[in-house]
Design a binder for this molecule. Structure first.
Ligand SMILES: NC(=O)C1=CN([C@@H]2O[C@H](COP(=O)(O)OP(=O)(O)OC[C@H]3O[C@@H](n4cnc5c(N)ncnc54)[C@H](OP(=O)(O)O)[C@@H]3O)[C@@H](O)[C@H]2O)C=CC1
Ligand SMILES: O=C(O)C1=N[C@H](C(=O)O)C[C@H](O)C1
Length: 252
């Protein structure tokens, strides 16, 4: 039998962390060596010989956590949001000094969500208009969601590459926020509603037709196959991978 992967979870008591601890515990090829919370020392990762750390914490702590892991040669699978361009650039620099270490930063581990974003990027150049609505539980601390942010970036890039003009919009007077937030020119609307988990719609429109690409996560278990895929793969992919699609063959 091959050796077990030693995995640690950060944010282990949170919604995602609780599901990840259970999934890793149940995986036959993984050993959960640490389940850490806010007040635990990261040194435990080194003491317990973690091969991979899964970061499911908060935007304020994720960068320091991942940098610690990379500095100690521990691969990192990151679901936490808040990775802006400056943080990513700093991490790339650090990874260049640790060429054997892999980091996956995935705004969404649900396979259906990864596909929905992929399909949206494919559809982007064929429609005049596109807007994104993301809908989440009311305890989510960030907006827009990391998933909506990345979807908007990929859709905008596909439209720019194809030379598609900006979507028509004659709105002149508006209340602040009435047209959502603009991410690379794509309007993104954030809904926070009791009873929801994690949902997104990408709306495309042209003359006489509309296409809606919708994905729903109804519970946190929906993210776990993607987390496990990330844990199993990250050690074989040195450097930074953005998005779980980097580990999938979506064109095949
Ligand atoms: N990529 C994906 O597929 C998904 C990503 N997410 C993202 O994952 C993150 C976590 O989401 P969720 O589980 O809902 O959030 P929760 O608030 O339920 O959990 C976050 C946990 O992190 C803990 N924490 C805070 N700071 C630290 C630290 N420095 N070290 C270790 N643990 C810490 C918190 O502890 P305490 O309670 O003590 O503050 C809490 O238990 C968010 O950024 C969210 O957007 C969520 C779902 C899916
Ligand atoms: O906080 C959440 O719940 C989620 N966060 C991620 C995001 O911001 O995109 C992934 C998913 O939407 C759930």
């Amino acid at each position: 039998m091959s050796e077990m992967l030693k995995v640690a979870v950060l944010g282990a008591k949170g919604r995602m962390g609780t599901a990840a601890v259970a999934a890793i515990d149940a995986a036959p090829d993984m050993e959960l060596v640490a389940a850490l919370g806010r007040s635990d020392s990261l040194d435990i990762l080194v003491e317990r010989g973690a091969d991979v750390v899964v970061d499911l914490t908060v935007p304020d702590s994720t960068e320091a956590n991942v940098r610690f892991a990379v500095e100690h040669g521990i691969h990192a699978v990151v679901g936490t949001t808040g990775w802006d361009a400056a943080r990513l650039a700093g991490l790339q620099e650090l990874l260049a000094a640790h060429p054997g270490t892999g980091v996956l930063i995935a705004p969404n581990f649900a396979l259906g969500s990864v596909l929905a974003t992929h399909f949206a990027a494919k559809a982007a150049k064929y429609f005049d208009s596109v807007e994104i609505i993301e809908l989440h539980h009311p305890r989510k601390i960030d907006a827009p969601s990391g998933t909506a942010f990345r979807t908007a970036q990929l859709v905008a890039a596909a439209r720019a590459e194809a030379g598609v003009p900006a979507a028509p919009d004659a709105t002149e007077t508006e209340l602040d926020g009435a047209r959502g937030a603009s991410v690379d020119g794509i309007p993104v609307h954030s809904v926070r509603l009791a009873g929801l988990v994690a949902h997104q719609e990408v709306l495309f429109g042209s003359h006489g037709e509309a296409l809606t690409i919708r994905h729903d996560s109804f519970n946190h278990e929906s993210f776990m196959p993607g987390v496990l895929l990330g844990v199993r793969t990250v050690g074989t992919r040195p450097g930074l991978t953005l998005g779980l699609d980097g580990y999938l063959d979506l064109e095949g």
